[in-house]
Design a protein around this ligand. Structure first.
Ligand SMILES: [Ca+2]
Ligand SMILES: [Ca+2]
Length: 325
């Protein structure tokens, strides 16, 4: 194969995987190697009756000191889609968009961001993002370094009572769909691809190109076999792009009235917790089937100092047990 064919093929193939070209303001630095680590959070959370919220943290770390991630496509799925699904945030037409939390994450730095729930497979979500690299305000959204939380997805346990039916703990995996996930560096190249030569009949039918290989000056005769080779991304180079699965473990506990701090027991620490909530802006009592959570110990429909008094009587003086509303 003539060198120029290979040059043209390479130029075309490198911009294909994400279907877009990223124009970097910086000179494209070619480091010796790339390394991206993506791993959903390993989470352990208590799950009470009718509780539905759980964050799923998706950290992405770039271990390369001279580049940044400017675009990506990331597929994540749950292994228990019957009970867990990514929570819907909005619906536009037939597309359902997953809800996510951008506080403290890198996802706010992207010009375009989309997290779509796959309708037929509620356990899957496809996330895509592209950095606005032409803007003078751009800060490379995923810089090199040990910390770089990409985003926090919100998952929903659709049948919490079923999940916790006669079990104490349930763990399900969060899997990265490796074959459909890719990250692009600031030169628009896919990070961590293994390429192989393949026969290509698309680009080889020009006999003579202009100097920029953009205009074909002379075509081969029609009976000429216009076969050449090109590079194709066939798999992920796991030495450069590390995609790990994560997990979420639910520790199933019953909704317990009076357990304001949610540590599965009713004691003086719940009184302290309530005092902090009432007087110091502390965290609210744990959500539960009761309207006021587990802090309405005396069942009068509100959470105030009388609940502290009630709990103290119960704990120390043989008073009546909590009965929340
Ligand atoms: Ca407690
Ligand atoms: Ca009360």
């Amino acid at each position: 194969m003539a060198p120029k064919w290979r040059f043209v093929s390479l130029a075309l193939i490198f911009i294909l995987p994400l279907g877009v070209t990223f124009v970097s303001r910086d000179a494209a630095t070619e480091p010796n190697s790339y390394e991206v680590l993506c791993q959903p959070g390993t989470i352990s959370t208590p799950l009470r009756d009718h509780q539905i919220n759980n964050n799923v943290v998706l950290p992405v770390y770039l271990h390369n000191v001279s580049d940044s991630i400017v675009g990506f496509t990331l597929w994540v799925k749950s292994t228990w889609p019957a009970n867990l699904r990514f929570r819907a945030d909005s619906t536009v037409g037939d597309v359902v968009y997953a809800k996510f939390d951008t506080v403290g994450t890198k996802s706010k730095g992207f010009k375009f961001f989309s997290a779509r729930i796959q309708d037929a497979l509620h356990g899957q979500v496809k996330i895509s993002a592209i950095c606005d690299s032409d803007s003078p305000r751009v800060v490379k959204p995923i810089p090199p370094g040990p910390a770089g939380i990409l985003l926090k997805l919100i998952m929903e346990s659709t049948e919490a009572d079923s999940i916790c039916d006669n079990i104490q703990q349930k763990t399900f995996a969060l899997q990265i769909e490796k074959a459909q996930t890719s990250f692009s560096n600031s030169a628009g190249q896919t990070i961590g691809c293994n390429y192989e030569l393949e026969v290509d009949t698309t680009y080889g039918c020009c006999k003579t190109w202009n100097s920029n290989y953009t205009v074909c000056l002379e075509k081969w005769p029609d009976d000429h076999m216009c076969i050449t080779e090109r590079l194709r991304c066939v798999s992920i180079d796991t030495t450069k792009l590390k995609l790990y699965d994560g997990s979420n473990t639910f520790n199933c506990v019953a909704c317990q009235c009076g357990d304001a701090n949610g540590d599965v027991s009713v004691d003086i620490s719940d009184v302290v917790f309530l005092i902090a909530y009432i007087f110091s802006g502390g965290a609210a009592p744990g959500a539960c089937i009761y309207a006021k959570g587990q802090g309405d110990a005396n069942g009068d429909g509100s959470v105030d100092i009388s609940d502290c008094v009630y709990l103290i009587a119960y704990i120390f003086s043989g008073g009546q047990p909590p009965h929340c509303k």
